[in-house]
Every structure is written in structure tokens, then in C-alpha cells.
Design a protein around this ligand. Structure first.
Ligand code: ATP
Length: 805
């Protein structure tokens, strides 16, 4: 629900007075939530209040409770931590403290409270609501408030919870505000440690936060390529039949194995709350002692501590906090007495509102399962991807975890891996995962270098375990990629190579695939990869070499591949845009009165501009799906003039502003043209400049989310290829095909794109994707993020009813 300025279907507007507080440990993105709640509340005709210093401010009242205006939350998106302060408040745990809190709420007329914090903070909020009526009665009986003062507030206090926590330890939501930023900080630190570890052949034991939840440890382990992780939910050893309780020997055996394969560094991640099977804590210092004494490794401990909390929020946390803030205000307006307080979460990429106390209780159930040593249950209680990622970690980290056994049909496959199109963050992580999984399962991973033109030059090599060391943190494409494209058969898809790409003869591709006996193919890339696979699939009638299972792993900064919500590389690009725009905004703010028109990539797809606009607080965005016209420009100019005039009138320092323009939004209204028009029409009220971000957006080091998504998708690609090959083999046994190898399939369902849709992993045949794709414009027809343009306008005060200042 994106808010509207109009009243709800003719019903009178509810003018709720909403207190906002942040509580417990701070997390990055709390500020973005406060900004979003404040602005949407104002836009919905409500009155927002900041309650400073968490529950302490609520108990102390006075200056700790202040009305918030539109301008009070400006520039907050990029600021880490929480600007309204947080605290751990002992007073609030007592009834006496809560009585004071109720007094302060009533005297300020606040009838709704949005609490952003962890499970403790949300429990406190629910307790306040449960005791509300009794506490109000007590205040009346004590004569502290008059009966008629609190009439409309007597029955109920509206409570809405939002989860700000870096640990991602709350049940009933897939991810909490701040967790991904924290992962960014961990990955940056460990990536840096890795270079010194490699130089000195050292071992590093890194302690990360997570008292009860191993999410940070596990995701960091995957993202940085750790050799071992210690989590609270899944104590070692992994192979208890062989090692009993002796995890020390298991860990040393594993690390010794890597070292013997030529690995120059060892990396172990220990969560704060890591335990062994008898629930004894496992501490970083002890792990260091074991590695030093048993393996004689030069081992250092790094405890990342509070650096993990801080810093500017990453794109994902800004996005999450902003859209959850909208839902929090909607939940306030929807709330009714007697209905349990909601907690705003995210599930399957959709913003949800779930009963708050049920979520808190489920969260505690994990701790109880651990106490009972029921570790399987503890893993189960985490969100569904947790176990899948854990398994992926084991299979890509620990050689022969898969016992070198091939997949379900027992067949060893020769799996070709090719990159095509422009490079994107995560391509290397995906390739490393596929290669290692293949080796673990007894398949043969065949790396095809330099795309389809490389294939026909025989630039093909078997990938060994150590070939891919360090690949998950590397940007670009280690295999090499280009825009050369298989030339479609007459009657095939109508495609021309893009940019400097050239057509590659299909017969030659088929010949070389046969020569290397490629029995299954993984294509990593963006829209080119899709049309390339479509071309090969169409040509199955002529070339038996293409009658094999094929799957595309979407990898492109533009996020324009149909059939998936996200392609790998798009998160890295979005973070590059956010970082650049933060800097540009600073410069624009400093010179006052300056509007930057920032050109971003994305081809014909406005994803980067839209999500970039939402996460950097752009005034508006221009995207190819909507185009640019005079009407839109005029309305934007009017809006800018109004905003700068208001700022002058109210004596507010003029704000620098950014507008994001997708590179192909319009061939007439180019970035320069728009900027020139703005400058001319600003008539001195504001000035305009341009910034073209270009290839910087392809990012250096891939973002943690891209590395994790790449790993997760790559595992599923290998599973899918195994199953498809098994099905093809079975079909072949029933109906032999002359001259066919052991894998032969022409089934459309055996040429798919893997995608992330919500939290599901889906496989769509490339031919079916045609219905969803606009091949000419190179993008999907329906795009989940299109509605956010409206929210960008709401948050930049386009749609604002002037009756509340
Ligand atoms: P984090 O994830 O950082 O630990 P949290 O919200 O769980 O965040 P807590 O320290 O547990 O952090 O709680 C923050 C504050 O919420 C407490 O200091 C206290 O004021 C209030 N609070 C927590 N639990 C309760 C409770 N059971 N009753 C009343 N208030 C509570």
C-alpha cells in the first residue's frame, strides 16, 4: 500500500498522533525508517512525534518528545545508527516507569506508537499496550490526569513494531533492518584481512556479532569464502559419526586439507554466541590456540566488535526501512482496539504485518531449542533459506562433503560454464560455486573462456578446486565475457548483437560443444545470455549438440532479465549508485540551490534509476518505461520552484537535490538537455549540473547480497541440471535416438532461466519467458518495482496536503 493524499474512500481522515522511537541496539536503516514514517504520516494527515533516547525518553517526557516536521528528517537516509537516539532503559521494565510513559503519551495526545527495535523492545511495547487501560485508570485515580483529558485515549494504545536488528534474529520476517549493512561491514573487513593473510600465509579467526543467531556468521562465511564457521544453531562437528564431540580434530583435518592443496590462507568465522554440542561456548581465542598448537599456523584473532553496527546504510536497508515505514503508517491507520499489535516484516519480498507477540515468541523458541540441544529444530525455525545456504556453504567449502558422489541418477556430467554479455558482480562467485559443487559431486566442470567466440577458439579448460580460490570476492568476469552472440537460424529469434558484439556461427558452436562433450550448459549473463540460450534452443532441431539441459543464471547490473525479481550484479550496481549519489548530494547541499541530474545505467530498464531514486532520496526519476515529456518536465520544474521558494521563505538552508535519469529514458531529453532546461527555468532559484556514473556502476567488489544470491542460485542450477539430465537420460532409454550421447533432450522445459521470485527459486522455460519479455526493449513486461516511482514522489513532497505543517 503506497499512501494517497486523499481520504480513505470518503471516510473522514484519521488524524492519528504517532510517536516514533528507536530502542535497543542501533542498526543502520533506523533513520531511513524514521524518515519514511514521518513523511508518510504527514502525507496521510497524521502528526508524527520523535521520542528521543528510546523508552528513556518516553519515561522522562518533556523535551524528549517533540513534534516532527517534514524538514526534520531531511538527509537522514544516508546516516547510520539512529539520530533520535536509543537506549537500554531499566525504568521501562518497571510498572512505575511505564506509568510515567503513559502519562507522557497522554499529555502529548499521542495515541499510536511505532517502535523500531529488537525483540526486547517489541516485548516492552506489547506490555505497554496490555497494561494501557489499567495504567490510564491509575493516573486518573491519582488525579494526575483528568478524566475528560484522556477520554478518546482511554481504551487502547495503537502499537506497531518494526524490527531494527543487525543480527537478523527475529522470526516471522526474512530479514531485519540493519542486517545487510552489517554484513557489508563484515565483508569489507574480512576482504581486507584476506589480503594480509594471503601475503603472510596466515590464519585469521574473526569474531562476528550474533549472540543467538548465526545469520551474520553464515552469510559472511559464504560471502568471503571462509574455511569454517561456528554458529549458535549448528554446533560442530559436522560428521559426528567420525569425530564424536571432537570438533577440533575435524576443523584441523579440513584446514590441513586446504593447505595441502596450496591454499595460502585460512579463515575461520566465529559468532559471538557459538557453542559446541554440549553448549559450551566456542571462543575465538580458543580456536586460535587449537590452530597454532596443532597446525603450527601463524594465527591471529580479529574481533570486529562495534564496527559491524555502524556506517551509512547499504541500499537494501534503505529500501527495506523505507517501504516498511510506509506499511507501519498504514498499520497504524488500520488498527482497531482488541486486534493484536502487528510487527512489520518482509516475507518472499513482500512487506507483511504479522502479530507481533507471535513473532517474538517464535524468536524465543530458537533459543529454547538450542538449550534443549535440539539443533535440527533450531535450524528449522530460521527462515527457509538459512538451511539451504548452510548446505551450500558446506558443499562449496569442504571438499568431498558431497562424498564425491554424483547426483540422483548417478551420472557424471560434463557441465560447461560460459559467461556472456557485460560483466556483473557475482559472476565469479556463481562460477566458483558451480565448479566446486561439480567436483564435490563427481561431475566435470568445464570453464569456457571469453564467451561463444572463445568456445570456437577452443579456449576451454577443466576447472580445478583451487582454480577458483578467492573468486567470490572478485568483480568482473574471471572466465572472460563479451557480447558475441550465436547467430540465429533463419526463422529463429530476431536478434542483432549489441555494441561491439559479433555473430558467432551456430555450426561452429555446436561442433566445439560436441568436441568437448558438453552434456549440460550453464550460461551466466543478462539479456544476451537469455537470447543466446533462446537461439541455441531454437536450433536444437538442426544441431544435436544443443539437445542438452541448459540453464541461465541471470547476471546483469540492469536487472532486466524477465522471470526473476533480481539478477546478480544489480545489488552491487545499486550500492555503487547510492554511494555516488550520497557524495553528489553532499556537494549539492554544500553549494545550496543545486539540482544534479544523475545518469545511471540500466539500458531500457528503469530498475536502477527507480531503486536508486528511492534509496538516495531523489526528487524524481526518469525511466524508459515512462519516458520523458514536456508535461512531466513542467510539473517537476514547478515542484522544484515551490520547494526552493518554501525553503527561502522559512529560512531553511536550501537543499541539494538529485534527479536520477536512466540512460535510455528519452532520446530527445538527454541528461544535458534536462539539466539545461532546469537551469534556465530555475531562474536563479536553483542551478543544475549533471553527473554520468557510467561503468563505475558495474562495481569493483561484488556486494555481499550478490555473492550470496550467486551462490544460492548456482547451487540450484547444478541441482536442476542433474535432474534434467537424469530425466533426459531416462527418456532416451525408452526411445533411443540414433547417434545421441547419453544426455539428449529437446524438451522445452529442459532449457530454463532460474529466477528469484519472492523467496521462491523458480525455473521458467526460455520459450515461455517470451510471453513475459519485451525482446525489442530488452526487459520484462511486468516489473515488480514500477510502483515505487509514486513513493519517490510522496517522499519528496510532491503529493502533500498542506493542512498539516
Ligand atoms: P537488540 O536486538 O539490540 O538486543 P532489543 O530491543 O532486543 O534489541 P533489549 O535490550 O532487549 O534490546 O530491549 C531494549 C529495551 O526495551 C530495554 O532496555 C527495555 O527498556 C525495553 N524492554 C525489553 N524487554 C522488556 C520487557 N520484558 N518489559 C518491558 N520493557 C522491556
Amino acid at each position: 500500500g503506497i499512501p494517497t493524499a486523499s481520504t480513505d474512500e470518503g471516510k473522514p481522515r484519521q488524524r492519528k498522533r504517532i510517536g516514533i522511537l528507536t530502542s535497543g541496539g542501533d542498526s543502520s536503516g533506523m533513520n531511513a525508517a524514521v524518515r519514511s514514517i514521518t513523511r508518510v504520516a504527514l502525507q496521510r494527515g497524521c502528526v508524527p512525534f520523535a521520542i528521543y533516547e528510546g523508552y528513556q525518553g518516553l519515561v522522562d517526557g518533556g523535551n524528549y518528545i517533540k513534534r516532527l516536521g517534514w524538514e526534520d528528517v531531511r538527509s537522514l537516509l544516508a546516516v547510520g545508527g539512529t539520530s533520535i537516539g536509543t537506549a537500554r532503559c531499566a525504568d521501562f521494565r518497571t510498572r512505575e516507569g511505564r506509568l510515567k510513559a503513559v502519562y507522557n503519551l497522554i499529555t502529548n495526545g499521542i495515541d499510536a506508537l511505532v517502535v523500531i527495535g529488537g525483540d526486547g523492545s517489541l516485548t516492552g511495547a506489547d506490555m505497554l499496550r496490555a497494561e494501557w487501560k489499567g495504567l490510564v485508570d491509575e493516573l486518573v485515580a491519582l488525579g494526575k490526569i483528568k478524566e475528560d483529558e484522556c477520554q478518546h485515549l482511554r481504551e487502547d494504545l495503537t502499537i506497531v513494531g518494526m524490527v531494527g536488528s543487525i543480527d537478523n534474529d527475529m522470526s516471522s520476517t526474512d530479514i531485519t533492518i540493519g542486517a545487510v549493512t552489517s554484513l557489508h561491514r563484515i565483508c569489507e573487513a574480512v576482504d581486507n584481512l584476506t589480503s594480509t593473510a594471503l601475503s603472510h600465509q596466515r590464519a585469521f579467526v574473526v569474531e562476528v556479532m550474533g549472540r543467538h543467531c548465526g545469520w551474520l556468521g553464515l552469510m559472511a562465511g559464504i560471502a568471503v569464502g571462509a574455511d569454517w564457521v561456528f554458529l549458535p544453531e549448528r554446533p560442530p562437528p559436522l560428521d559426528d559419526a567420525r569425530y564424536g564431540d571432537d570438533w577440533e580434530t575435524e576443523m584441523c583435518d579440513t584446514i590441513k586439507k586446504y593447505r595441502s592443496r596450496g591454499n595460502r590462507k585460512s579463515l575461520v568465522i566465529v559468532c559471538e554466541g557459538a557453542i559446541d554440542r554440549q553448549l559450551n561456548p566456542i571462543k575465538a581465542d580458543y580456536v586460535q590456540k587449537v590452530l597454532t598448537e596443532r597446525l603450527h599456523l601463524d594465527t591471529r584473532v580479529t574481533c570486529l566488535g562495534h564496527v559491524q553496527r555502524g556506517g551509512t546504510p547499504c541500499a537494501y536497508d534503505r529500501f527495506l526501512a523505507t517501504v516498511q515505514g510506509v506499511e507501519a503508517v498504514e498499520a497504524v491507520l488500520r488498527s482497531k482496539p482488541g486486534v493484536p499489535a502487528p510487527m512489520i516484516g518482509i516475507s518472499h519480498n513482500k512487506i507483511t504485518a504479522v502479530p507481533l507477540m507471535e513473532a517474538v515468541q517464535l524468536t524465543h523458541a530458537v533459543g529454547e531449542a538450542i538449550k534443549k540441544k535440539d539443533f535440527a529444530r533450531a535450524m528449522e525455525l530460521r527462515d527457509p533459506s538459512f538451511t539451504a545456504i548452510y548446505d551450500a556453504f558446506l558443499e562449496t567449502t569442504i571438499f568431498s562433503q558431497g562424498k564425491n558422489q554424483p547426483g540422483p541418477d548417478g551420472q557424471r556430467l560434463r557441465i560447461g560454464i560460459i559467461h556472456t554479455g557485460a560483466p556483473a558482480g557475482g559472476m565469479n562467485a556463481a562460477t566458483r560455486t558451480v565448479a566446486r559443487l561439480c567436483l564435490n559431486r563427481g561431475h566435470v566442470p568445464i570453464g569456457i573462456r571469453n564467451g561463444f567466440s572463445g568456445l570456437i577458439r577452443d579456449e576451454v579448460a577443466l576447472l580445478k578446486w583451487n582454480d577458483t580460490v578467492g573468486w567470490q570476492v572478485r568483480g568482473g568476469s574471471e572466465l572472460g565475457t563479451n557480447r558475441d552472440h550465436p547467430q540465429p537460424l533463419p526463422g529463429g529469434p530476431k536478434i542483432a548483437p549489441k555494441g561491439d558484439g559479433e555473430f558467432v556461427d551456430l555450426g561452429l558452436i555446436a561442433y566445439h560443444m560436441q568436441k568437448h562433450d558438453i552434456q549440460a550448459l550453464l550460461i551466466v549473463g543478462g539479456f544476451e545470455a537469455y537470447t543466446a540460450q533462446l537461439t541455441l534452443t531454437h536450433a536444437r532441431s538442426v544441431f544435436p549438440a544443443f539437445c542438452i539441459p541448459m540453464i541461465q543464471l541471470p547476471a546483469t547490473v540492469s536487472n532486466n532479465v524477465p522471470g526473476t525479481d533480481y539478477s546478480i550484479g544489480s545489488d552491487t550496481a545499486l550500492n555503487a549508485i547510492v554511494e555516488a549519489c550520497d557524495r553528489i548530494k553532499l556537494s549539492a547541499n554544500a553549494s545550496r540551490k543545486r539540482v544534479f541530474v544523475v545518469e545511471v545505467q540500466g539500458g531500457n530498464c528503469g530498475y536502477l534509476a527507480t531503486l536508486g531514486g528511492l534509496t538516495t532520496g531523489a526528487t524524481t526519476v526518469y525511466i524508459p518505461e515512462e519516458g520523458v515529456n514536456i508535461d512531466k518536465l513542467q510539473s517537476d520544474i514547478r515542484h522544484l520552484c515551490k520547494r526552493y521558494t518554501e525553503e527561502d521563505r522559512w529560512g531553511i538552508p536550501n537543499e541539494g537535490r538529485v534527479i536520477l535519469r536512466s540512460e535510455m529514458a528519452s532520446s530527445t531529453y538527454t541528461t544535458d538537455v534536462i539539466s539545461n532546461i532546469l537551469r534556465a527555468e530555475g531562474k536563479g532559484l536553483f542551478d543544475s549540473r549533471t553527473a554520468v556514473l557510467g561503468h563505475l556502476q558495474q562495481g569493483g567488489v561484488p556486494s555481499p547480497l550478490d555473492r550470496i544470491r550467486a551462490t544460492h542460485l548456482a547451487v540450484n542450477c547444478v541441482n536442476w541440471l542433474e535432474k534434467a539430465a537424469a530425466a533426459a537420460g531416462e527418456a532416451l532409454a525408452h526411445t533411443p535416438v540414433a547417434g545421441a550421447s547419453s544426455v539428449y533432450t529437446k524438451q522445452p522445459s529442459h532449457s530454463c532461466i532460474i529466477g528469484i521470485v519472492g523467496a521462491e527459486t523458480v525455473y521458467t522455460p526460455v520459450e515461455d519467458i517470451l510471453k513475459e519479455a519485451d525482446v525489442k526493449a530488452r526487459r520484462g513486461k511486468d516489473q515488480w518495482w514500477m510502483g515505487f516511482n509514486r513513493l519517490i514522489r510522496v517522499l519528496s513532497k510532491y503529493e502533500y496536503s498542506a493542512d498539516v505543517v
